[in-house]
Design a protein around this ligand. Sequence first.
Ligand code: 6PG
Length: 482
Amino acid sequence: MSDAQANIGVVGLAVMGSNLARNLASREGNTVAVYNRSPERTDLLLSEHPEAGFVASKTIEDFAASLAKPRTAIIMVQAGRGTDAVIEQLTAAFEPGDIIVDGGNALFTDTIRREKTVSATGINFVGAGISGGEEGALNGPSIMPGGSVEAYKTLGPILSSIAAVAEGEPCVTHIGTDGAGHFVKMIHNGIEYADMQLIAESYDLLRRIGGHDPAAIAEVFEAWNGGDLESYLIEITAEVLRQTDEKTGKPLVDVILDSAGSKGTGVWTVQNALGLGVPVGGIAEAVFARSVSSKTEQRAAVRGTITSRPPVVEAPENFEDDVRAALYASKVVAYAQGFDAIIAGAAEYDWNIDKGAVAKIWRGGCIIRAQFLNRIVEAYEKNAGITSLLEDPYFAKAVADGEAAWRRIVSIAALSGVPIPGFGSALSYYDSLASERLPAALVQGQRDFFGAHTYQRVDIPGTFHTLWSGDRSEIETEGSSH
Ligand code: 6PG
């Protein structure tokens, strides 16, 4: 048994956990304790990475004993039941003042529950969202920790030492108490879904209307990556499109089944946004687009009933520029909706979330890292109280500048039969915000007609109901019209 040599420990040594442990071990001053349920994985990690100087244990008790106090351990197991089991074991082996960190993609409400249970023992529990995949875990992820301010005092410097660095700043900040970190990671993933869907729609338009092959589209994305769309997702899109399938010699994208999977974080974002009453149509459409794609049987059945499809409209001049502008405008909308969800979540769960700080830590290490996030940082630096990113002068102008192209793209896609749920819903959302009057007035009238749900008037305060089945006169009623 080893004796209190390590300042940080990692439990769960699958790829993410191993890489995070190696990242920690590579930073000066860190000695890393490791533990995995099946010891074979621990042995493998030790034999493959002797340079890391890991302190390995075969039991959770030995693992706890190998950590200097206050003990700090990061759990890197698949989110779900496994996490609860490890937390239980660690809680039994740790003492008040120690810190248990869950670095998995946990549902934030689970994190709130776990924090409550663990903190009752005097042990700190921190749910930390970690983004960047395997490579990020090894070389520098973006980290979104929740939990207490107290725990962050110990944890902050350790996490800062392994996080990605963007514009000279580590991509980690204390997001807020209990589940705030995992909530923000969930929204990150929702935005990730929307961003990927919009890029995929751009590719489809360039292919089906623009007439370009995947290699040519890769060039387009590469060029876009040199401008305001510069981002990790655009960069890897070019790489994927350029890839040739070894077996057939075809573009790889043409031999990959067009049925997209998901692990559920996008669904969580939409479910929670629905509960919070925040319209995140761009994220929802991205989730639904994956669902539609995976209904292969249904798609084939419906396709079988269709006898004609609209002819593809010839690509107008500057089509690529139009797609680029539509992508940028739609992306602004998706991020605006994501930040709206953060604002609503913070209000609901009583978190004091600094939106500018969130944008800052997403500039490096994570999947949605992008130049664009600097503009969001600036927007919140200028005015932290804006009701929507679309209100910020830079974004308002960016969308206005791209508006004509955006409309041309949505029209040409509709006329040509190319699905653009992301672009289309983003534009409708923008038009909803931009419209002086919405047909919601009629919806209120309908609700009042069949359910006496009442309405408010534009000219007189109060709540009203029309006696639809009587003489159709209007009466003033008690209560609200919602
Ligand atoms: C990250 C990623 C990571 C993972 C997601 C998405 O931030 O590093 O978001 O968490 O790739 O789980 O996975 P799905 O597309 O399978 O839902």
